[in-house]
Design a protein. Structure first.
Length: 394
């Protein structure tokens, strides 16, 4: 019996670091900065918040808005090259440049082979010039933008169909994106000079790649979900969360699956420290998962909380922040009893212990989180009245 007791004690000690539980913390109210109705993405460059949106008109264009820490507009720029263009993902590089990834179309000239004939016009009607035809948005496009919203460079590569971009990662050597092309997951990397590498396809429409991190050694860490065998690893649940390591040569080096029996799991967000977030659906129960991984994809801590499934994550130093759409009280979070879906943000230390809680009944679910040394942590979220708002820690 004594040996059994020692064994059980050691077992509990060995697993306690892998599953962090919230300690008792009192929830504080998040501060709303400004409503930004058209915002879809958020990045921070130095002391400037930059929201990214897409506008409709004769052509679809990209709208960038620079704001200070109080939400006061500093500048607004439109990316309009005369064709349709849309930004689907945004990030910054170590120099503070903003990188946008999306799709655009190329101008297509009308057929002018027939010799022109001067038509009679006795009434003197002014005929408007014929505009050039617009092609499909089959160009996978990257825009490199300065911290004040000016386009520095545009890089495009023609694809067989419009590419849906789910995430982007940038470092000093270049940019990588993940998404789907003709319903198949893909990875595309581009050098800092705009040279496109070979497009990497992974799996079928049964898989999705939702987040990517460029590593300093030239490898890529990719995260998402899959309902098929990948890298020799078979499906364990209804759908499994997947963690994929891509080598410098573009080959799949390893695949790790996050699974639970009869569960639907997906990793939907990641930051450069390999703090991940995603959802776990088991029957009617939905949870958001926050997990910190090593570069070998071994979990160092994890926490699952009841939610609607939408979440975001970001880290700085030894602190990680996870925001999610909360629909119930959270164990250890004092003063949090939402009567409708509300945004809750938890802070974790390097062992996964919850050190703070910040919420707002005026916000419902996170869209994006961003950080800079100058401004700290800033978020973008949906509001209860169906608008979009920026928020920050109190």
């Amino acid at each position: 019996m004594k040996r059994l007791a020692i064994f059980l004690a050691l077992l509990l000690l060995g697993t306690s670091q892998a599953a962090a539980a919230p300690k008792s913390v009192a929830v504080k109210k998040l501060s709303l900065i400004a409503v930004n109705q058209g915002a879809e993405k958020l990045v921070i460059s130095g002391k400037t918040l930059v929201t990214v949106g897409n506008t409709d008109g004769i052509n679809s264009n990209i709208l960038l808005t620079g704001l200070d820490s109080n939400g006061v507009q500093l500048w607004q720029k439109t990316i309009d090259s005369g064709v349709d263009e849309v930004a689907l993902a945004a990030t910054t590089d170590p120099s503070g440049n903003i990188w946008l990834a999306g799709a655009s179309s190329a101008l297509v000239s009308s057929d002018t082979a027939t010799a022109p004939i001067q038509a009679e016009n006795p009434d003197g009607v002014l005929v408007e010039p014929v505009t050039k035809l617009r092609g499909d948005m089959n160009l996978l496009t990257l825009w490199k933008v300065s911290p004040v919203g000016d386009v520095i460079a545009t890089y495009s590569a023609s694809q067989s169909a419009p590419a849906l971009i789910n995430a982007i990662s940038a470092n000093a050597s270049g940019v990588s994106v993940v998404g789907s092309l003709q319903e198949k997951p893909f990875i595309q990397s581009v050098t800092a000079q705009g040279v496109f590498g070979k497009l990497i396809s992974i799996g079928t429409s049964k898989s999705s790649l939702n987040a990517i991190v460029r590593q300093s050694d030239g490898t890529l860490s990719v995260f998402g979900t899959s309902a098929e065998t990948l890298g020799g690893k078979k499906l364990a649940g209804i759908r499994d969360g997947i963690l994929i390591k891509i080598s410098k040569s573009g080959a799949v080096a390893s695949v790790v699956r996050s699974s639970a029996p009869k569960a639907d799991r997906s990793w939907i967000g990641a930051d450069s420290t390999l703090a991940l977030t995603g959802f776990v659906k088991t029957g009617k129960v939905i949870e958001s998962a926050f997990t910190k991984f090593t570069t070998a994809f071994a979990p160092t801590w994890t926490l699952r909380v009841p939610s609607l499934g939408t979440s975001a994550v970001i880290s700085s130093g030894t602190t990680t922040y996870g925001a999610f759409a909360s629909n119930s009280a959270i164990s250890g979070v004092i003063g949090w009893k939402p009567t409708s879906p509300s945004l809750l943000m938890l802070s974790f230390d390097n062992k996964g212990v919850v050190t703070g809680a910040f919420g707002s009944s005026e916000l419902t679910e996170p869209i994006a989180l961003a950080y800079s040394k100058e401004l700290g942590f800033i978020g973008l979220a949906k509001t209860a009245n169906q608008s979009i708002s920026l928020f920050k820690l109190p």
